[in-house]
Structures are given as C-alpha cells and as structure tokens.
Design a protein around this ligand. Structure first.
Ligand code: NAD
Length: 505
C-alpha cells in the first residue's frame, strides 16, 4: 500500500517537463487504486525507475466496467455517429498537437528512439483516431429483399462495454487500434495498458477530457495482466474483449471470455517468413528484410524473423544484410541522436529472453554471422537492455529459433532450392500472421502469395501497415481483424428486423 501523488513532475532527457498522472482513469478522473497497489515503470535505456503509478485490482476493474456500462446506457448509446466522430477527430487533433510530448513519454517508457521511431508512432495514433472518426457516422446495416410483403433490414449495434488489453511494443498505436473503432461504433471502453509502459496512455487521458468525451466513455487503467487483465476478461458486464499480446495469454483470454460468451478478437504472436527468390531485386530485399526485423528493436508481432533465401544468392544476401545493419541501424539511446534506429529491449526480462534464445540457437548448431550478444562494450549502453542486432545462418527447421517467436532483433536465415520448398518452409509454423516475398516475376509472386498461410502478404516489401487496410492473422496468430472497415465490423453486432407490411395475420 503506497500513497502516490496525483502527478509526478517529470523532466525527460530532451528537456520536456510535464505532470505525469499516476491514477486509474475512470469517469474522466484520475483515482488511486482501492488497495493503493502500485507498479514501477523503468527506463529501459538505463534500467532506472521513472516513477510509480497505481495498479488496478479486481475491485478497480469492477468500478471501471460499471462506469463504462453507465456511460453506455445514459449517454454514449444516444450520442449520434456525427458527434462520436467529432470527438474522435478532436482527440486526433490534440494528439497531433502534442506529438513531441507524447513521443517523448513513449520513448522514455518503452526505449523507442525518439526521432526515428516514437514520433512515427504518434502519427499512427492520430491518423487511426481521425480515420475512425470518419467512420462513426457510416455504421449502418442493409435492407434485404424478402418475400411475402415483408420488410427485412439490419442494424449494426455496438456491444456495450468493450474490454481492451494491449502490449508494450506499440503502447499508443495499439491504444488507437483498440479505442478508435470501438468508440466509432458506439461502444464504451475499459482499456488496460501493459505494465511495462503505462505512462503515455495516462497522459493521453488528459486529452480525452480536453476533447470533451462524456465521463465513463473512455476508461484507462494500469495494472498487471493476471490481476487487472484477468478481471477484465472475465467480467460479466464486458461484452467484447480485444487483446494484443502473446499467444499463450491470448488462449487464456479466449477461455476466460467463454464465461459470458464475450465476442473476442485476438492479435497474438508470429514467426513471419520473408522469401527471397534469386530473381529478386537484392538491394530492395535487403532493405525491407532489415526494416522488418530490426525496426522497433525487433519487438514487432509481424517481424520477418525467418528469412528464406534461394540458394544462389544465399551468402550474398547475408553479407549485404550485415552491411545494411552497419550502415542504417545505429544502436543507441532514445534521446540525443536523431540518427539512432535501434533502442533497447523494453525490459530486462525481454533482454534475458532474447539472449536465452540466442544461446539455444548457438547450442543447436546455428551459426552467428553478426551480433549474438548483449551490448557491454559501450559504458552507457551497457546500463540499458540492449541486444546487438543478430543474424543467424545455417538455421534448420528443427531448431528452436526457427520455430519460436523471439521478439527481438534476431533473424534466422535459411536457404531453399525450389519454389515448392520455399512454400513448405514458409508455412512450417504454428503461426500465420504475415509473410513477405521478393521476386521480379509478377506471376510467381502472386502464385506463391496465394499459397502462404498468413493474414497479410507483402510483395516486394515488408511490414507495411496502413490504417485503411485490415491487420491480423490466421492459425495461432489470432482471431479477427483490426484496422480498416474490417476492424470496425469487429466492434458491432448485427440485429435483424422483420416487418409485416401487409394485412397478413
Ligand atoms: P503478454 O501477452 O504477457 O502481455 C500482453 C498484455 O496482456 C499485457 O497488457 C498484460 O498485462 C496482459 N496480460 C498478461 N497476462 C494476462 C492474463 N492472464 N489475463 C489477461 N491479460 C493478461 O506479453 P508479454 O509478457 O508482455 O510479452 C511476452 C511475449 O508476448 C513477447 O515476447 C512476444 O512474443 C509476445 N508479444 C506479442 C505482441 C504482439 O503485438 N503480438 C506484443 C507484445 C508481446
């Protein structure tokens, strides 16, 4: 039990000073958790504590869900689509106005390089909110011709209260992917941020109030997964749960949701292949392969962590990939150098996990071409959770590093001979989030793309994401889609009406 101040006065390394809220954001107010439990949040670039915030218990989740339920009944379900849209667009504008502030908070809490990475995330945040603001007055059903002088039509209704659980790798982007479509469709929300990165979402709550959202529509809580996340996914008043994170927790949430048959969308893990045929533009393939595994320190669910290369260009590609890391993926602190591309991993736990996988890879016989260790040769970076970008080659499909999601800057390179072999290797995984392929032969590219078991395929590119285009996976990478119109559909349920227009009794 710890009493925290309502705000911490923080000054970030780029000189930005602000008041960091500590409370749970319920009914448009920051409140302490009932049991006064807290979590510490750590700067991953140096291992130092930034501050503590309140952590929600099961009782706090109950209060937040009831606030969301009341707001749904009394205000939000009667708020027109145009007004919901206006509020979302206003929130988007405020986020754009505060880009540098939000990016600085994101950078300190998650370790993202401020200039090259965190600022881009804020662009994603306000673009997604604006996009769904535009959808809010376009949520409608169909009129369906039927026989017997009857009229049949559908309406797309909101679920009511949506529970939303997000990870630490893209705190504000994931928040926008969740709250944007949910609010546009007329739901109220309780969102739990990741315990590693609670700060930016709490700051954003100030903007929710400034935008003019009615109390209780948006509720954002910090807290631990097995406590607050679990309470949210089992709460009987929550009608829909949306989750992004590990496959293991996704499975727990799916089970928990069955208690009251919540609708579920899951965006879980991946082990995405990137296939390079010998006729590919090699420079292009190298550029995108590097982006797809080293950006965001490899902490991306769609990262192309398995690169399959046709034999004649195998070693040439690997050499060029290393050159690309050396020239384009400078590792460093999140602030102070605008050219830094690769920051630390988000936590000591993630750093240890990645290093463990690297050791397993070596033990199982994969060869390290570059990297393969924790950064210790730089006195400043040694304090943080940095892992050197790593290329493994001569990886085989039986190896653990081929199979399991590492979630770090570690790529496994595997040679293949034929198109059939490439497809087999690419699909040899429990996951099915994304896949990329490089070839100048447009017929082959489309033919192979059709065979790849993935929710998204990039041709001559990798890791594109656009708020207008659906995002999500097949197999154990998830259920449902986020972004685009498909993402909106996942936040409504269809109600059918039959009207007797005749005199038939
Ligand atoms: P995680 O799945 O444990 O956490 C994600 C979110 O789920 C967090 O908000 C967490 O508090 C919550 N959570 C945890 N346990 C819960 C439970 N029992 N009930 C309800 N909510 C719960 O992920 P992690 O431990 O932070 O990371 C572990 C691995 O997950 C990573 O290495 C990576 O493989 C994967 N991951 C994937 C993504 C993605 O975008 N798909 C994002 C982050 C992590």
């Amino acid at each position: 039990m710890t009493e925290l101040p309502e705000f911490h006065e923080l000054t970030l390394p780029n000189g930005f000073s602000y008041k960091q809220p500590t409370g749970l954001f319920i009914n448009n107010k920051f409140v302490p958790s009932i049991k006064k439990e807290t979590i510490d949040t750590i700067d991953p670039s140096n291992g130092e504590k930034i501050c503590s915030v309140y952590a929600a218990s099961e009782e706090d989740v109950d209060v937040a869900v009831k606030a969301a339920k009341d707001a749904f009944k009394t205000t939000w379900r009667h708020t027109s689509g145009s007004d919901r849209g206006r509020l979302l667009v206003k929130l988007s504008e405020l986020c754009e106005r505060d880009t540098d502030k939000l990016a600085a908070i994101e950078a300190i809490d998650s370790g993202k390089p401020f200039e090259q990475n965190a600022k881009g995330d804020i662009g994603e945040l306000y673009n997604v909110l604006r996009y769904y603001g535009g959808w809010a007055d376009k949520v409608h059903g169909q009129t369906i011709p039927v026989d017997d002088n009857k009229l049949a039509y559908t309406v797309h209704e909101p679920y009511g209260v949506c529970g939303q659980i997000i990870p630490w790798n893209y705190p504000l982007c994931m928040l926008s992917w969740k709250i944007g479509p949910a609010l546009a469709a007329g739901n109220t929300i309780v969102l739990k941020s990741a315990e590693q990165t609670p700060l930016s979402a709490l700051y954003l709550c100030n903007l929710v109030v400034e935008a003019g959202f009615p109390a209780g529509v948006v509720n954002i809580i910090s807290g631990l997964g097995p406590v607050a996340g679990s309470a949210l996914s089992t709460h009987p008043l929550v009608s829909k749960i949306a989750f992004t994170g590990s496959t293991a927790v996704g499975q727990i949430i799916q089970k928990a949701a069955s208690s009251n048959m919540k609708a579920v969308t899951l965006e879980t893990g991946g082990k995405s292949p990137l296939v390079i045929f010998e006729d590919a533009n090699l420079e292009q393939a190298v550029k995108w392969a590097a982006f797809g595994i080293f950006f965001n320190s490899g902490q991306v669910c769609t990262s192309n962590s398995r690169v399959l290369i046709q034999e004649p260009i195998y070693m040439k590609f690997i050499e060029k990939l290393k050159e690309c890391i050396d020239s384009d993926y400078k590792q460093g602190l999140p602030f102070g150098d605008d050219t830094v591309m690769v920051g630390p991993q988000v936590s000591k736990q993630q750093q240890d996990r990645i290093l463990k996988y690297i050791e397993i890879g070596k033990k199982e016989g994969a060869k390290v071409f570059t990297g393969g260790y924790k950064v210790t040769d730089d006195e400043v970076l040694a304090k943080g959770y940095f892992v050197k970008p790593t290329i493994f080659y001569d990886v085989t499909p039986e190896m653990t590093i081929f199979k399991e999601e590492i979630f770090g800057p570690v790529v496994s390179c595997i040679p293949f001979k034929t198109e059939e072999e490439a497809i087999e290797l690419a699909n040899d995984t429990l996951y099915g989030l994304a896949a990329a392929l490089f070839s100048k032969d447009i017929t082959r590219a489309h033919k192979v793309a059709r065979e790849l078991e993935a929710g998204m395929v990039w041709i001559n590119s990798s890791n594109d994401s656009d708020f207008r285009v659906p995002f999500g996976g097949v197999k154990m990478s998830g259920i449902g889609r986020e972004l685009g119109e498909y993402g909106l559909t996942n936040y409504t349920q269809t109600k059918a009406y039959h009207v007797n227009l005749g005199l038939k009794l």
